[in-house]
Design a protein around this ligand. Structure first.
Ligand code: ADP
Ligand code: MG
Length: 286
């Protein structure tokens, strides 16, 4: 097709760009056109610059959408993770996981350790880095997902629900040990694990070692089959560390005690009860 020789209607440009779904073209062309005219750019350079901006902003919009879709809690990123608090998991290992090669082969990541060791934070931080790198991730508490899948099964829509989850290259199942076996012969959780085996990754946080997972699956055989699939291609992080929450509370307590020691002796009488209450509150949260 040859280019039209008649004068096109420039006023229709916003409508045309909206119809073409080119919002960044729309936003940037007037300023860029002014510059191109002033600096005498060839038309091809003007067009290529706009195309580049559109592509870059499209990627940013995509990542923002995927971050919302991921349901990852805000603030739990590698930038806010204190590696010194978890000497058993070296930073280099975490950075390698955050690079995401393991996702390609549908391998898994399993973090096992006591409450407050930082499992949720670390898995979310890795998930966050993967979304930033263009991957699709879903964060969910295991019990929430199990409930949704059970409802789907009651509606005879389990297959559809599982297929929908295939779009996520990684699903982070938090607190798997809190999930309880359901009455049906095979649990929906096992269905999910079996379906994703060797194709789509799972990252799992557990407060309990594998030996205690028979409370999660319907019987011993299913428990073994589930763990077998999960660990076949997996990185297992042993995360037994002092509770970060408790340590942070203890640090605050020490700080307050220091502060109290340096304030007037009269006020000292009130301090211990306050400190104790704060510490208890913090510990109760774990
Ligand atoms: P777990 O899931 O193992 O019970 P969390 O990841 O929920 O532990 O950690 C408990 C709290 O402490 C969270 O607020 C988390 O952000 C914080 N936290 C834990 N470990 C670290 C760490 N190494 N650096 C920074 N914050 C941490
Ligand atoms: Mg947790």
């Amino acid at each position: 097709m040859t280019a039209p020789t008649r004068i096109v209607d420039v006023h229709a440009l916003p409508t045309m760009l909206t119809a073409l779904r080119l919002p960044s073209f729309h936003r940037h062309w007037p300023m860029l056109a002014e510059r191109a005219d002033k600096e005498g750019w060839p038309a091809a350079r003007f067009l290529a610059t706009l195309a580049e901006i559109e592509l870059a902003e499209r990627e940013t919009r995509r990542i923002r959408r995927h971050l919302i879709e991921s349901q990852l809690p805000g603030g739990k990123t590698l930038a806010t993770f204190d590696f010194k608090a978890l000497p058993s998991v070296p930073r280099a290992r975490v950075e390698a996981l955050a690079a995401g090669d393991w996702i390609e082969t549908g391998a898994n990541l399993i973090a096992i350790g006591n409450s407050g060791a930082g499992k949720t934070h670390l898995l979310c931080a890795i998930g966050h880095a993967l979304v930033e790198a263009g991957r699709r991730v879903l964060y969910t508490r295991t019990t929430d997902l199990v409930q949704k899948l059970q409802a789907a099964r009651r509606d005879l829509a389990l297959e559809t629900a599982l297929a929908k989850l295939d779009r996520f290259e990684l699903i982070i199942l938090d607190d798997i040990s809190y999930a309880r076996k359901d009455q049906a012969e095979t649990s929906v959780l096992f269905e999910l694990i079996a379906r994703r085996y060797e194709t789509r990754s799972l990252a799992i946080a557990a407060n309990q070692p594998f030996s205690a997972w028979d409370t999660v699956f319907p019987d011993q055989a299913v428990t073994v089959a589930a763990i077998d699939r999960l660990v076949h291609h997996a990185t297992i992080l042993e995360m037994n560390a002092d509770s970060y929450r408790r340590r942070a509370a203890a640090d605050r307590t020490a700080l307050k005690a220091d502060a109290a020691a340096t304030t007037s002796a009269d006020s000292l009488g009130d301090q211990p009860a306050d400190i104790l209450a704060d510490t208890l509150k913090e510990n109760f949260k774990t």
